[in-house]
Write a protein of this length. Structure first.
Length: 95
């Protein structure tokens, strides 16, 4: 039993080393920075939309449900649209 677990651990270490050795061939610094910037922009947009709907909620519990639904829908649509434009801005039109 311990031999099998030791073999599995060595296999995991081998594959981890292969992935880490090749990751610099596959991933460029611009990919990482683009992802970090996009994540920050998406977070800011979702926060802004949600706060706006939260502050302008009226009508008790039903109003909260409607405001939550509206903010989720607008956030998802905004992320899709922003993702298109940000990806185009960062990585160009490589078709």
């Amino acid at each position: 039993m311990l031999r099998q677990e030791g073999k599995q651990l060595k296999d995991i270490q081998k594959w981890t080393n292969i992935i880490i050795a090749n990751i610099f061939k596959w991933v460029d610094l611009t990919d990482v920075m683009g992802g970090v910037i996009k994540a920050a922009v998406f977070g800011l947009v979702v926060m802004s939309i949600s706060c706006y709907h939260g502050f302008h909620t009226k009508g008790g519990a039903a109003g909260v449900v409607k405001a939550t639904n509206d903010s989720v829908v607008k956030s998802v649509v905004s992320i899709f649209v922003l993702n298109y434009f940000l990806t185009t801005a960062f990585f160009g039109f490589d078709l």
